[in-house]
Ligand binder design. Sequence first.
Ligand code: DIR
Ligand code: MN
Ligand code: MN
Ligand code: MN
Length: 311
Amino acid sequence: GKVGIIGVPFEKGQRKGGVALAPDVIRSAGLLDELKSLGLDVRDYGNVEYDPSDISVDNMSHLGHVAGCTQRLSEMVQCVLQDGRNILTIGGDHSIGIGTIDGHVKTNKNIAILWIDAHADLNTNKTSESGNVHGMPVALLTSELADYWPYLPGMDWQQPMLSIRNVAYIGLRSVDRYERLVIEKFGITAFGMEDVERFGIHRVIHMALKKIDPDNNKSLHVSFDIDSLDPLEAPSTGTPVRGGLSLREGIHAMEELYRTCRLNAVDLVEVNPKIGDQKSIDLTVSAAIHIIQAGFGYTRRGLKVPEGVTD
Ligand code: DIR
Ligand code: MN
Ligand code: MN
Ligand code: MN
């Protein structure tokens, strides 16, 4: 397998400094070597650089930066996929999902998204209580939500091409009132922590796939917000919510998705190496690397001996 890595040192989709450091901190913790040890051909495309546009829209903080960054990111994602590589994007805050999913859907229209997060990230500028764009990417990306937005200058390159029927949530436990209303109105596939409790992560993953990819033929995209994990195991993140997925559940989810052979894009977002003491930061970075490895073929059964050296 071939994989391309893009770092997105972007933190203007929320208000806490530090998330922009995550791509380099996660690389420094040995990410590339870990992926290479899985037998992958790994190419690092470096960090996104962009020109912000000078626009503003009511209750959307730093939209000019979000627009500039995600437009460039979408182009880079398209390049990597066209090079025949699966893609790993390291954020940055979750607003970067606008760029990665736009790039994926422009390359392959038949995609399905697993949004693994404590939050639904489904606000518009009218419903958001924070004005933070990292709480809005799913609403920007999906066609059913298009009517709920005003015209957004700087975002013309991004037309919502994805149906909300192709999105499943896993790990929800902090959903705003209007987000809940939208989830119910459109019957969005959503497995919150309650469902993980009730069915177990294994069944939840397979029920989600059955809903969003019933014919087992879609290009799968996981957008993994590290705050989906319990803060005991991933404390260094901007909006932690207690009672989350264990690292074991997160790893199992990624292993099962890898086994479909159709997991072609992974985002890992919201690690903030400025939150907490060194022990918390190390714990969070190592959790992120475990999640990524599982999504790219690491298995807890042990790896196979490469072909040709078995005798
Ligand atoms: C909240 C928090 N729903 C918002 N969202 C977060 O700001 O819209 N998303 N933290 O990751
Ligand atoms: Mn998120
Ligand atoms: Mn979140
Ligand atoms: Mn967040």
